[in-house]
Structures are given as structure tokens and as C-alpha cells.
Design a protein around this ligand. Structure first.
Ligand code: NDP
Length: 241
């Protein structure tokens, strides 16, 4: 059965790999993001089953407009859009700057997912899945970015309770350090890279495909009884008991 899948931030990195994973299953995939040219080039690369639609996940008006352009139902929603707005930098000791950075990270990594899910809620059919991309930063005290991803984990529990009776599963997939995305911009020095690898049990960085495969599984019919969970995909950086 062909599913309809929407991936926010699907033009690059992890989101693009997630889109590719669903395309390979024969699904219809909609990718969103703020840059039209990036989305169109990704859609061209991924093939005809992908529809690129510009939408800022944090903008209620753009989300309302997006909804009118979608088919009548959605099988999988992947809240992937996000990033660390601390990289935009607030000077230490500058309170207005600090406030801006915290608000920006909460907006980019939490509120975008909350608003997107609320805007598209009515389209989610029985058996559908909401998968949100969190981060191992939620468990590592990584400032406003980690706090925003930790808040996503808390919100996911609420969402899973809310949508569970409708047969909709809600889970967070939390990557560790993932290469080959735009996330780190120009901050990935060799030393930074080696330090991240040394933290893992497997001695390598994650690839977007590592995350995409877990998203594909968690949205599959075989995973219907998994909900309200956070699945870390971090090469063993943070083990669990
Ligand atoms: P990328 O920067 O490559 O991907 C982020 C995507 O989100 C971009 O396509 C961007 O496109 C889009 N985006 C950002 N803000 C918005 C918005 N407001 N509305 C719509 N789209 C938006 O990085 P990754 O692929 O690495 O990141 C994907 C997710 O994975 C993020 O949530 C990130 O926090 C998480 N993550 C990444 C890790 C890593 O090591 N790379 C580790 C842990 C988590 P555009 O700018 O055009 O809008």
C-alpha cells in the first residue's frame, strides 16, 4: 500500500535520507523547508514520488497554507526540521542575546514540531505514525539546544497519550553525532570530529541513512505497539540499562 509521508526539513541531511527511505518503499513523500531551491534540487535527485513544498515549520500561517495543499490523509509525519541556533551566537553576558538564542532554539526544535503536528493532526489516519527527530543532546545538558530537544521528549509523551486512542504512534528518534548534513556548518574541525568518534562504541560517526532506517522501522506496521518512546541512534555514546 502506498503511504503518504511528510518530512519537514526534507531537503538536506537526515530529512533527505528519511525521504529517500520512504521513496524506496514506493511511498509518496512531501518534503518541506524554507529554501525553495534546496527542496527542488532534493526532489529532483530523489525522483518523481517527491513533492517539494516551501513551509517554515514555525510559522502558523504557512502551516495553515501547507495543509490546504496536502492530500486528505497522512500516514507518516516526520518532524525533522531543526538545528542548533546557538551556532548563530549570543555574546556571553548579553542578556537580550541570550534570550534571543534560547527562544530561537525552542522555536526551531520544539515549537516547529508542535505546530506542524497540530496543523496536520486531522489528516493523521488510524495506524499512522508521528516521528520527531530529537538529539542525544537532550541528555547531555547542551544548553538551549539540548533543553529544546529534552522538551521535545516530554511533549512526545503527551502527544502519544493524546493520539494513542486514535491508533497513532508517536516516538522520538534521537541521533548522536551525524556527518554529511548541514547541521555543523563550518564548525566541524578535525579535532572536534575525532573527539565525537572517540565517544562512540563503534568508532564512527552516524550517517543520515542510519537515522532514516530507524525512522522507517518505527513508522512501519511492525512497530505499531511502540509509542511514547525515545530511541537513541548514537553509536553507543549513551548506553541504557
Ligand atoms: P540539516 O541542517 O542538514 O537539516 C535541517 C533541515 O531543516 C534543513 O533542510 C533546513 O532547511 C530545515 N529547517 C530548519 N529550520 C526549519 C524551519 N523552521 N522550517 C522548515 N524547515 C526547517 O541538519 P541535520 O540533517 O543534521 O538535522 C536534522 C535534524 O536532526 C535536526 O532536528 C537536528 O537537530 C537533528 N540532529 C542532528 C544531529 C547531527 O549530528 N547532524 C545530531 C542530533 C540531532 P531550510 O534551512 O531550507 O529551512
Amino acid at each position: 500500500m502506498t503511504r503518504t509521508v511528510l518530512v519537514t526539513g526534507g531537503g538536506t541531511g537526515i530529512g533527505k535520507a528519511v525521504a529517500a527511505a520512504f521513496v524506496s518503499e514506493g511511498d509518496q513523500v512531501i518534503i518541506t523547508g524554507r529554501r525553495s531551491e534546496v527542496l527542488h534540487s532534493a526532489a529532483e535527485e530523489l525522483g518523481g514520488a517527491v513533492t517539494p513544498l516551501v513551509c517554515d515549520a514555525t510559522d502558523p500561517e504557512q502551516l495553515a497554507a501547507l495543509r490546504t495543499r496536502l492530500p486528505g490523509s497522512l500516514d507518516v509525519l516526520v518532524n525533522n526540521a531543526g538545528g542548533n541556533r546557538e551556532f548563530d551566537g549570543a555574546p556571553v553576558g548579553d542578556l537580550p542575546g541570550l534570550a534571543d538564542t534560547w527562544r530561537a532554539n525552542l522555536e526551531a526544535n520544539l515549537i516547529g514540531a508542535v505546530l506542524t503536528t497540530a496543523a496536520l493532526d486531522k489528516l493523521l489516519v488510524r495506524g499512522s505514525a508521528v516521528v520527531s527527530i530529537g538529539s542525544f543532546a537532550a541528555d547531555r545538558g547542551a544548553g538551549s539546544y539540548g533543553a529544546a530537544k529534552a522538551a521535545m521528549n516530554a511533549w512526545n509523551i503527551f502527544l502519544a497519550r493524546q493520539l494513542g486512542p486514535r491508533g497513532v504512534s508517536c516516538n522520538v528518534v534521537a541521533p548522536g553525532y551525524v556527518e554529511e548534513t548541514e547541521f555543523f556548518r563550518d564548525r566541524r574541525t578535525d579535532q572536534f570530529h575525532q573527539e565525537r568518534l572517540a565517544e562512540t562504541m563503534v568508532g564512527r560517526a552516524g550517517r543520515p541513512e542510519d537515522i532514516a532506517e530507524v525512522v522507517r522501522f518505527i513508522a512501519s506496521p511492525g512497530a505499531r505497539h511502540i509509542t511514547g518512546q525515545v530511541l537513541r541512534v548514537d553509536g553507543g555514546v549513551i548506553p541504557t540499562r
